[in-house]
Unconditional design. Structure first.
Length: 291
């Protein structure tokens, strides 16, 4: 089984972990303002059946984007973990290719993430503006990932999904991995309806798959009922062959153990067929990230 989304880090390398604690989507984070290295991650997954993992960029200073990948590659060279790397590049520049070339020599490179999520609530806001996925220059740069065989990890809120679908259609040769099943933060009836509509719009793009991950982000707990609802609804929209499990560890470590998190996901998917569960917990990530 594969964990398609986790982070490891040295605190000194992560500006957002340094200094006084600042408000974050996932709440107080004093417990993870420290080194989280591969040995601890391997200890956390013990007994879960996880056999491979994908590291997703953890927002080092932008000018250190190549250093981040180099460090993770060195960890993998020593420990055998992780098995794939999703790095960072800035697609808002005129030409992203020089950045991609700096990453091309690392064997475990599988994709890039630049977080485009924007929200009316400043606490949830990351990108400079909401319509970056529809920006023609951004689209032109992301299309270049096809030359490297890399995917793009797409992180947007419901209100941005129309723009995100335009991006996916503009880059038909790039596989897009929707982060955290579209980051549902408004669980009101209207919020659910809008999220479902946006997810269906993205699912119409054959080159979009999605991660089942980070479902504790906005509620700050490991909620089995919510996880079940998210898995069932997302699988209904995308199909199991376009869904993959990700732990978002160690962020979720703030409120649960890896074993309890993974157990909640397995129970949440228990009503699906055996083949569907195999896709979600192994095959989709193995295919998309070439593990």
């Amino acid at each position: 089984m594969i964990d398609a989304h986790h982070h490891i880090w040295h605190q000194k390398d992560l500006p957002w972990l340094l200094g006084p604690e600042q408000p974050r989507i996932f709440g107080p984070y004093a417990a993870i303002k420290r080194d989280y290295l591969i040995d601890e991650y391997i200890a956390d997954i013990k007994g879960t059946g996880i056999t491979k993992s994908v590291y997703v960029q953890a927002n080092w200073a932008p000018n250190w984007f190549a250093d981040e990948v180099a460090w993770v590659q060195s960890v993998a060279d020593r420990h055998g973990w992780p098995h794939g790397i999703v790095g960072y590049a800035d697609f808002t520049v005129d030409d992203v290719r020089p950045q991609l070339e700096k990453l091309n020599g690392f064997p475990l490179m599988r994709g890039i993430r630049q977080q485009f999520h924007w929200h009316e609530n400043p606490l949830y806001r990351f990108a400079a503006r909401p319509d970056l996925p529809a920006d023609r220059a951004v689209q032109k740069n992301i299309a270049k990932l096809a030359d490297y065989g890399w995917s793009f990890d797409l992180q947007v809120f419901t209100s941005q999904m129309t723009h995100a679908a335009k991006l996916a259609r503009a880059c038909p040769d790039v596989t897009f991995v929707l982060q955290h099943a579209g980051m549902l933060e408004d669980t009101s009836k209207t919020g659910w309806q809008d999220w479902c509509a946006g997810m269906r719009r993205l699912a119409e793009c054959d080159n979009v798959v999605t991660k089942l991950s980070a479902f504790g982000t906005f509620i700050h707990r490991n909620d089995g009922t919510f996880i079940h609802e998210m898995i069932i609804e997302t699988e209904k929209i995308f199909g199991a062959k376009r869904c993959m499990f990700g732990s978002n560890y160690p962020i979720e470590k703030l409120w649960t153990s890896y074993a309890d998190l993974f157990d909640a996901f397995q129970k949440g998917a228990a009503k699906l067929s055996k083949s569907a569960r195999k896709s979600i917990f192994n095959d989709t990530a193995e295919r998309v990230y070439r593990l």
